[in-house]
Design a protein around this ligand. Sequence first.
Ligand code: ADP
Length: 479
Amino acid sequence: MNVLEHWIGGLSTPSIDGGTRTGVAPATGGEGATVTQGTPADVDRAVLAAHAARHGWRHIASMERGRILGRVATGIRNAIDELTELEVADTGKPIELARAEIQGAADYFEFYAALVHLPAGDVLDVRPDLHVYTLREPLGVIGVITPWNLPINQAARACAPALAAGNTVVAKPAETTSQTTIALARIASEAGLPDGVFNVVLGRGAVVGTAIVEHPLVRKVAFTGSVPTGQQIGRIAADRILPLTLELGGKSANIVFADADLAFAATEAARAFATNAGQVCSSGTRLLVQRGIEEEFTTLVVEATQAYRPGETLGPMITRSQFETVQEYFEVAAAEGAVLRTGGSVSTDPSLKGGFFVEPTVYSGVDNRMRIAREEVFGPVLVVIPFDTEEEAIALANDSDFGLVGGVFSADISRAFRVAEAFEAGQVYINSWSTQSVQMPFGGHKASGYGREKGIEALAHYSHLKSVSVRITPGRWAR
Ligand code: ADP
């Protein structure tokens, strides 16, 4: 049997204890990849390898570090067919979507490869007899814990800036979608990344993930996943005074005013919640529609939603547990009296039997206080909520425990700017629902987390700022 192993110190490495887990292919319900299950002892080996490699990597000339990261990007692009096959096997997602996410992973390495000479620091004007400057320094070993929805993309999103800033990494992908993160580590080694700089430990979150967060030589954890797991990690981190980036859930609002280009806004509203079958933290899952166009616009959105066909343009729920969760929310919505406009059930297509497919789903007649409007479903489920005024739209959008993304569609650009400013959210999209953009800092307000990924900003989250003050003795010529 082919067992996927850890990547430690530049080598494929079996677990010390040797347990394995065989997954389920979400598109068919058949057998998935068999993955070694690490223990804290494997984490310790990986962290020690990363710790040992940290000086060499930090002190490599920045141009050379950039060249290596650039070659990782090229390696990802060259391996796109292989990576797509692995990602599709683990997640069941449509091939085109997987390819786009893998190109996005390469983009991260390309973007940060070009920024290795940053963050440099400043010279500060303090006193004539002092030369004062700031330095950006790597933190050391970074733990990167990622979920199963966009596996290689999210691994690259955290690892590329962490490595560019001179850190070394111990990554842990989700137990159900480990294959592409291991492939990424192999590609990075082949691109010339020194051994030990990028390690991957496989296994359960409660075991391997916890061991990474608890390890005394890990100096920061970048976590993407659910709120409860983020909270658990936060409790351990509090005891260790460990810095975190937490990228958690969302229940993002998309506000459509009556003066918007409704046909375009409807296709964007569908894309916002149906992409990756809604398994995206930044999905636009609350659609706030101005009264007057509510019925017309909801009809357009339903039509646009029906273009996402399970098994074709809409992938399955990636885990059985998520498949069950979404079905529970169908019941919650029905019990709360939401009006089902399309979907609302698992797919009945006989050719998809065994797979974890659900129909893309739209509910109208929803009140923002309902659970279906407040809780993250993490599936292709949209709720439509009416509003009258701009003020009311903003109040509804911000009346959420989350604050990740906001969208606004309006022909009145002043209003769009006002709403963008009023959103309690880390990123806002005006007149189109944006997606992949490496340059745009990404992160949350409130329960959506803290810290920022992407953009130049991410480098600051993977480095310390040190101030140095140097006394200058006056020259004899000085008066
Ligand atoms: P989900 O419930 O959607 O699987 P999680 O937040 O549990 O989302 O998972 C995201 C990542 O966090 C996965 O890699 C998972 O293995 C890991 N994880 C789960 N529980 C813990 C934990 N207690 N400590 C650290 N990592 C964890």
